[in-house]
Design a protein. Structure first.
Length: 130
């Protein structure tokens, strides 16, 4: 094999290697993007579940609260934002709440009993932000 042929062969291998690396980089970026989309979708589902749990605690819906907590036991002590309704302190406030404080605030004794049976933390404090 002559010097020219060797250089040509080497250049061809380098080009193929670069194309393979570029394809691998594209594939990795696409997989990362798909993973990010899945994680975001899971986060959004969890936010909706937490919001549904807080709404159930506010309204005294034992069946819904129990169903959510059976599938997601760690949510018994979750804290999330919840827009307050008109009859609350001030319209437009966003409150960092947990299920037990919401149930207590709205006088939902059956929900409180359910949350305590599910080991809700009684030492969590509620915070308000405007």
């Amino acid at each position: 094999m002559g010097a020219f042929a060797a250089i040509y062969f080497l250049a061809k291998r380098i080009k193929a290697n670069n194309e393979n690396n570029e394809a691998a980089r594209r594939k990795a970026a696409l997989e990362a993007s798909e993973k990010e989309k899945r994680e975001m979708a899971e986060y959004e589902r969890n936010c909706k579940l937490e919001e549904s749990l807080l709404e159930a605690c506010r309204e005294g819906d034992v069946k819904t609260a129990s169903k959510i907590l059976d599938k997601n036991p760690s949510m018994v002590n979750s804290s999330t934002t919840l827009k307050l309704k008109k009859h609350d302190i001030k319209v437009g406030f966003i409150s960092l709440n947990n299920p037990l404080s919401v149930a207590c605030k709205y006088g939902q004794e059956k929900i409180v009993d359910l949350l305590l049976a599910k080991n809700a933390n009684v030492n969590v404090r509620e915070h308000y932000y405007s």
